[in-house]
Write a protein that binds this ligand. Structure first.
Ligand code: AHR
Length: 308
């Protein structure tokens, strides 16, 4: 599918008229609970009440469709473009086209490998630190020989790349051995399917630990582990990243053992950056939003007050 574009008033994308700022937002898709929370945060921040006419596109995790969406924003002559880039590579040409058209680009959530001259600013998370925190928990928890399998995020995405790097660095020199690693594309179904194949290949008894690059894949893995007759969180321990509601509930229930947060509430900061850039103000090139980490006790305490 080539994704789905909608303008905030349901009509064909237009220039918004008046004082409204027309912003094209190229979202990755709707792969996870995290993504739903991020989309909601963005739609709320880029609302008409805040002076925006938002043209929203979700690319269904297809990098080519996402680049096409950005090109169509350029052709429509929007005032600014916000991108949550599915993958890191492949952005140079279209970012240059936006720059040539005089349309500023703000990145949110994920990063790109292109030169930072090609975009005005980025707001997001320190994915490598997230992976490192997950790895530090594993390094402290597993002091005996441990077989680990990894459920990777979308291949080529900044969070999949950086969460692998951070985790691997943290477990270096420990008795944790990565026996397999496959992408589950950040989806619940993907995590379930890949975990089923790991269980079939190695047997539940041979797997001690799952590192899932996001909660949705961990939730899929839980289903696969239970279907194989093993107990998630006990027979096979699980560490994941995001801290969305369903993940936190599984942590509170003892089915996941540790979660590092990835904060999806980036909308307000992204909207502030767009306004500042269009006003000609100088802005920070990088804004990193801080993440927490939770064990079971912390999850039980935090759950009632979480907004996503
Ligand atoms: O880029 C952030 C990642 O994308 C989140 O961890 C994951 O759930 C989402 O799909």
């Amino acid at each position: 599918s080539s994704g789905d574009t909608e303008s905030s008033d349901g009509a064909a994308p237009a220039d918004g008229g008046g004082d409204m700022i027309t912003v094209g937002f190229a979202q990755t898709g709707s792969e996870s609970g995290w993504r739903s929370a991020n989309t909601e945060s963005m739609k709320t921040a880029f609302s008409e009440d805040n002076g925006f006419d938002l043209v929203f596109n979700a690319a269904d995790n297809d990098p080519a469709a996402q680049i096409q969406a950005v090109r169509s924003f350029i052709n429509q002559g929007v005032d600014a473009i916000v991108i949550a880039p599915i993958v890191e590579d492949g952005w140079d040409d279209v970012l240059q086209e936006a720059s040539d058209a005089g349309i500023p680009v703000i990145l949110e959530d994920r990063t790109v490998s292109a030169s930072d001259d090609l975009y005005a600013s980025w707001v997001g998370l320190d994915f490598q630190l997230e992976g490192q925190k997950a790895g530090e928990w594993a390094a402290e928890t597993f002091t005996e020989p441990t077989n680990m399998v990894v459920l990777e995020g979308t291949t080529g995405s900044a969070p999949a790349n950086d969460r692998a790097t951070g985790f691997d660095m943290a477990i270096e020199g420990t008795p944790i051995e990565k026996i397999d690693s496959q992408t589950g594309d950040f989806t619940r179904d993907g995590g379930k399917t890949v975990m089923e194949s790991f269980l079939q290949k190695y047997g539940a008894d041979e797997i001690d630990l799952v590192y899932a690059h996001n909660d949705d894949m961990a939730l899929g893995a839980i289903e696969a582990i239970e279907a194989a007759g093993a107990v998630p969180g006990e027979d096979i321990m699980i560490v994941s990243i995001d801290a969305v509601h369903d993940g936190m509930q599984a942590l509170a229930d003892g089915k996941i053992n540790y979660i590092v947060e990835c904060n999806p509430l980036l909308g307000d900061k992204a909207a502030e950056l767009v306004k500042a850039v269009l006003a000609g103000d100088s802005v920070e090139k990088r804004t990193i939003v801080e993440d927490q980490a939770f064990d079971q006790e912390a999850a039980i305490e935090a759950l009632p007050n979480r907004s996503y």
